[in-house]
Structure formats: C-alpha cells, structure tokens
Design a binder for this molecule. Structure first.
Ligand code: ADP
Ligand code: MG
Length: 243
C-alpha cells in the first residue's frame, strides 16, 4: 500500500532524512519512535508533501511520485492519499466541530452541505462527540479537539492516516480517550503511521515499530519484540531513557 524508496530530505546543508525506505501494508499500523530531532515529523510531512523531499520515490496505493520531478497533478493526487493528525490539533478556531469536519468535503470536494453534514454527524458519533457537534474548539478539551481532528482526517477517506505525536500536547487524563479512538480505528483495519512516545500503546496497537535516529531507520520489527527486546544498541539506549 505504501512504499517509500530512498527518501532524502535536507534543509540547506542539514540532511534530515538520508536514504529512508519503508513499506506499509494495507491495514497495517506502524509506530515510529525515536529521539527528538531524528526526522520523524519530517518523514510524515514528506509523505503528505507538506515538505518537499529532495530525492526518492513515494508510492501510496495507486499514486507514485518521484521527488526529482513531478507535476502539480501528481502532487495533488499524492496529497489526497493521506491525512495528517497533528500534535496541536490544528482545528479551525472559527468553525464548530461539525464544520471542521465538513469543510473539506464542501469546499474541496464540492459536496452538498446536507450530505457532508450526514457524514460529519456519523464521524462525530464514531469518535464519541455527537453532543459537541455545534461547539467551537475553544469550548472543547484537548482530548475532544484531537478526536474532532481525527474525525476530520477520516472524512476525506484517506488511504492512510499519519499521526504526529497525537497525544503529546494532552493532559495525562485525556490521553486515554484519544488512544482509544486510534485503537478502534486499528481494529477497523485503518492503515496508520503513528509517531508516538507512548510505548505501551505502540506495543498494544502497532503491528510494527520503526526506530529512527539521525535521519535513518535504525531498526524495525514486530511491535512487541522491538519494545521488549530491541537488538540495536541505539534502540536499547533510547528505550532505557524513557523508562
Ligand atoms: P522529530 O520529529 O524526530 O523530532 P523533525 O523531523 O522535527 O524531528 O526534525 C528533524 C531535524 O530537521 C531537526 O534537526 C530539525 O531542526 C530540522 N528541521 C525540521 N523542520 C525544519 C525546517 N522547516 N527548517 C529547517 N530545519 C528543520
Ligand atoms: Mg516531531
């Protein structure tokens, strides 16, 4: 479903991703872990073309893009294959929960408002926020805002959802409700790549864990094995520091 080949991203002289290759199967949940500054966010942002990769090839489902040269059409096609969920929710502050979800459907896809709202209500129900449909983000807790952001990501029916530390900005008592929604998506066979520091969650929900350091994939393997018994010394050191 996803194939990344020899991806390189540099900011000026700073090589942030060097020769990253990875594959993700349909329905697979992959957790990416690693120290701050190792390139995890940049990798997700390259997959969604929020950052332009310098070299390499990205395939998501039936769309392939060569970093070296691609058309506007290919760029837009690849972008539509994925949806991002950010650490800080990034909701539209002047729109209600429902409007946050329907915006892309109405404006970008030209869907009728009533049809978009039907989908919006269904998704709000799925993330447990139907009663909050007409509330503005400022009146919602962090956990609720993040669940709206997840519903918004689902609305466009992406092939993969990319989560960048979805619980890092939350109060500890709010982490669980967001992880539970992601866990449910995993059970529904949603393909997901999740950058996270929640090792217990990764162990439970992810099929595979990738450890990144200094812009390369150092080690990857089945989630349980990677977190309980990593082989690489850098991975071992990273996990020891967390506990
Ligand atoms: P992580 O998510 O693993 O903490 P990032 O992908 O955010 O790591 O960052 C990797 C490196 O890329 C860091 O050294 C960071 O300073 C650098 N970087 C990220 N974004 C930019 C940018 N827009 N401009 C310049 N350097 C950046
Ligand atoms: Mg990051």
């Amino acid at each position: 479903m996803i194939k990344v080949q020899n991806l390189v991203k540099q900011f000026g002289q700073n090589v942030v991703l060097s020769d990253v290759s990875l594959e993700v199967k349909q329905g697979e949940v992959v957790a990416i872990i690693g120290p701050s500054g190792s390139g995890k966010s940049t990798l997700l942002r390259c997959l969604n073309l929020l950052e332009k990769p310098n070299q390499g090839q990205i395939t998501i489902d039936d769309v392939t893009l060569n970093a070296a040269s691609y058309s506007r059409k290919e760029e837009s096609a690849l972008r539509h294959q994925s949806a991002m969920v950010f650490q800080n929710y990034n909701l539209f502050k002047n729109k209600t929960a429902l409007e946050n979800i329907t915006e892309a459907l109405i404006v970008a896809q030209g869907m009728k408002k009533a049809d978009a709202e039907k989908i919006g209500f269904e998704l709000l129900e799925r993330v447990g926020l139907l009663p909050q449909a007409h509330q503005y983000p400022v009146t919602l807790s962090g956990g609720q805002q993040q669940r709206v952001a997840i519903a918004r990501a689902l609305a466009v029916k992406p092939k993969v959802i990319l989560f960048d530390e979805p619980t890092s900005a939350l109060d500890p008592e709010r982490v669980h409700e967001v992880l539970q929604v992601i866990n449910q998506l995993a059970k529904d066979d949603t393909t997901m790549i999740i950058v996270t520091h929640e090792m217990e969650f990764a162990k439970k929900v992810a099929d595979r864990v990738i450890f990144m350091a200094d812009g390369v994939i150092v080690e990857q393997g089945p989630a349980h094995e990677m977190i309980e018994a990593p082989k690489n010394e850098k991975t071992q050191r990273f996990l020891r520091q967390l506990s």
